[in-house]
Design a protein around this ligand. Sequence first.
Ligand SMILES: NC(=O)c1ccc[n+]([C@@H]2O[C@H](COP(=O)([O-])OP(=O)(O)OC[C@H]3O[C@@H](n4cnc5c(N)ncnc54)[C@H](OP(=O)(O)O)[C@@H]3O)[C@@H](O)[C@H]2O)c1
Length: 337
Amino acid sequence: MTATTNRQFKLAARPVGLPKRTDWEFVTAPVPEPGPGEVLVKSLYLSLDPAMRGWMNEGRSYIPPVAIGEVMRAGGIGRVLASNDPGIAVGDHVTGTLGIQEYAVLKGSQLTRIDPSVAPLPVFLGVLGMPGMTAYFGLLEIGRPQPGETVVVSGAAGAVGAVVGQIAKLKGCRVVGIAGGSDKCAYLTGELGFDAAIDYKAEDVKKALRQHCPQGIDVYFDNVGGDILDACLATLARHARIVICGAISQYNNTTPVKGPTNYLSLLVNRARMEGMVVFDYASRYGEAAREMAGWMKAGKLKHREDIVDGIETFPETLLKLFKGENTGKLMIRVAAE
Ligand SMILES: NC(=O)c1ccc[n+]([C@@H]2O[C@H](COP(=O)([O-])OP(=O)(O)OC[C@H]3O[C@@H](n4cnc5c(N)ncnc54)[C@H](OP(=O)(O)O)[C@@H]3O)[C@@H](O)[C@H]2O)c1
């Protein structure tokens, strides 16, 4: 290894509203040396996720916040440059919480080896990574779709949503996606085989839901919260299930989170709404990855990655998620494979 410097993004301030460049510090540190049981990884791809916005806030959540002055937390894929773990060899490709930096040292037990012959490396941050696992377990374990039922998913052209809709189709459901813009909607009904798509930026969502879901919604997979959650609540079928996966429309609020006004629809329709956190299914990721890799191989599960070059672009690239500028899984390519 010849590189001696490690560029990193550290959290400099807790953002108010959308994160700004001044909320970050872009620093250069020495490349760390791995200690006993540790592994030095060179970052190749770093995952950008809406959850990062929550990790920047103070307060109780499902994992602790990133501290001020700490390297920003991020999942990633890298190549092993040095290893003091007998289970991981130099040259292996691994995934783990590398952080927004060019080199990371982690314990071998914090890394998972990946096999690039199964799929291109970026897919391990998308369909075969955390978003794919979220879609798989959120839909199948919480949503429990039955053949013939109507499944609605928001954030439908994103990393999680696109997988949710396709799995629901594989399970024999009628699938309606909600996304921003005509290009994303055409992608859903054209390339991904959704039955209908609603452009929430141009259409009256409530009216369009009534049109596309004449029997009501059996499963609503919520990635966005806010007004779209309310519109779906107003269109539920009896015994509907709502999967609370995320609420990206609320993450940058400077006002309190907008709660659902139409929640009494749960009572009227004997419906339920349940939150899910993907990490609860960690012991079963292998099972999901095997099934989804099989669907991909058979051409039944498509994937798209939105790859931006250069770690230095991180502050602006992250904002693509909140401006709807990504289609598919957003990530940064830090170095050539
Ligand atoms: N519970 C869990 O364990 C878990 C795990 C992973 C992800 N999540 C959640 O799942 C959701 C999707 O994550 P992802 O990684 O797949 O992101 P993504 O969908 O690839 O990207 C975010 C998308 O959200 C949409 N969006 C942004 N602002 C919006 C707004 N105000 N109203 C409606 N839509 C908006 C944009 O698409 P449009 O152009 O369509 O607006 C944007 O492309 C997020 O809420 C995330 O926090 C939860």
